[in-house]
Design a protein around this ligand. Structure first.
Ligand SMILES: C[S@@+](CC[C@H](N)C(=O)[O-])C[C@H]1O[C@@H](n2cnc3c(N)ncnc32)[C@H](O)[C@@H]1O
Length: 382
């Protein structure tokens, strides 16, 4: 059994994990953890670096901490976290130290003040490599011991999400969210018809590298995203397999040759979110106006796409608004989706997770225009 420690927005974390490990059995979940069973450990380790919304992966063990210590020939450095029971960590650690001393094992628990360790400390102390970051998990009847087998490299992670050259500019898709969308879409070729600065391209190149296509209404964005992508792959020594780009008004998506030639297997895109609103100028009238103009674009896109042979996935973000703590969803888009698409469930085996319309919501505290993410399959009318 493996335990995945989730980020604060736990539904996004779970959706990503179920997309990356689709065949495995969900044993338990709550807002902090997901437990999966029947997973091959090698596969987890192999895929762990494509996970963006998991903090730690830990594995259940039937060994005690003393058993682990017996196989160490250096000073036994370790850490322990306690879950699900308000047991005193200090008392627990003292008693382990005593047990280890009685068999002549010299040990040191990191953080003498008993405060939880950060991911950066765990990495710096090499606890995961040595299998000595432990967790005790108490249920009503049992106590289980787990060891950490992978931890998110928080430094590399922050660098990728906020690196200077890809700073959060107006309208840019957050890279961390983009990775979830790509994990959910998961296929051999990706097309972004609203490419903007090219976040989808860069994140795709980083993980998958296969066939990549993009377009935009604005020729400048087509070129800018190309130069962003090419300088990124050069800097990171990445070899792209195949790519192509063109100018296109996505209202007429049915005119894209790559769609008609069966080259695209997944469309991953963030649509035009329109205007960024502030607390001072946000109002229902303004929201209505934006919904009205976006609706026309969205309707034509789906209507025309359904006239083609394209029958693969679309993973797409739509805007919704926070008007004084009340969510204003884009209801018109739900009708359009109903007409032209099937919504794919992101939590196929978990009935207890409820979401708005089988979608995922992505919010940032300091913004008022938020994102609703759908996985869709087009109903072809051809
Ligand atoms: C919000 S930006 C996308 C940002 C992108 N996801 C990124 O992270 O860089 C929206 C893009 O949609 C393009 N756009 C707007 N209307 C369009 C249309 N009808 N067809 C194609 N592209 C369009 C704009 O030129 C802009 O580049």
């Amino acid at each position: 059994m493996f335990w995945f420690q989730l980020w604060r927005e736990y539904k996004l974390s779970i959706a990503e994990l179920l997309a990356v490990f689709p065949k495995w059995k969900t044993v338990y979940f709550d807002k902090e953890i997901l437990i999966l069973d029947s997973i091959d450990k090698e596969k987890i380790i192999k895929k762990s670096n494509t996970l963006w919304w998991t903090i730690k992966i830990i594995e259940i063990t039937n060994k005690s901490i003393v058993n682990f210590a017996e196989n160490h020939d250096w000073k036994f450095n370790y850490w322990l976290s306690i879950f699900w029971k308000k047991k005193s960590l200090k008392t627990e650690l003292m008693s382990i130290k005593k047990d280890l001393k009685s068999i002549w094992i010299n040990s040191r628990f990191i953080n003498k003040d008993f405060k939880p360790l950060s991911s950066a400390q765990i990495i710096a102390e090499k606890l995961v490599k040595k299998w000595t970051d432990f967790s005790y998990i108490y249920t009503d009847t049992n106590q289980y011991i787990w060891t950490t087998i992978w931890i998110q490299d928080i430094n590399a992670y922050s660098k990728r999400d906020y690196s200077k050259d890809r700073d959060m500019q107006t309208g840019m898709l957050p890279p961390k969210l983009c990775q979830i969308m790509l994990n959910i879409a998961w296929w051999n070729s990706i097309y972004d018809p609203f490419v903007g600065l090219g976040t989808v391209l860069i994140e795709w190149a980083l993980q998958w590298r296969l066939n990549l296509y993009w377009s935009d209404l604005n020729e400048k964005m087509v070129e800018l995203s190309k130069s962003n992508l090419l300088s990124f792959v050069k800097e990171n020594n990445i070899k792209l397999e195949n790519y192509d780009f063109f100018k296109l008004n996505s209202k007429f998506i049915n005119e894209a040759d790559i769609i008609n030639n069966w080259k695209v297997e997944s469309i991953v895109t963030e649509w035009y979110l329109w205007e960024i609103m502030t607390k001072k100028n946000i109002s229902i009238v303004r929201i209505e106006k934006q919904r009205e103009s976006l609706k026309q674009l969205y309707k034509l896109f789906f209507e025309n796409l359904s006239k083609t042979w394209y029958n693969w996935n679309l993973v797409i973000c739509f805007p919704f608004w926070d008007l004084r703590w009340k969510y204003q969803y884009f209801n018109d888009i739900y009708h359009i989706i109903e007409n032209y698409c099937e919504v794919i469930k992101l939590f196929p085996n978990i009935d207890d997770i409820t979401t708005n319309k089988w979608s995922l919501l992505y919010k940032r505290d300091n913004q008022l225009v938020w994102r609703e993410i759908f996985k869709l399959k087009i109903k072809n009318n051809k």
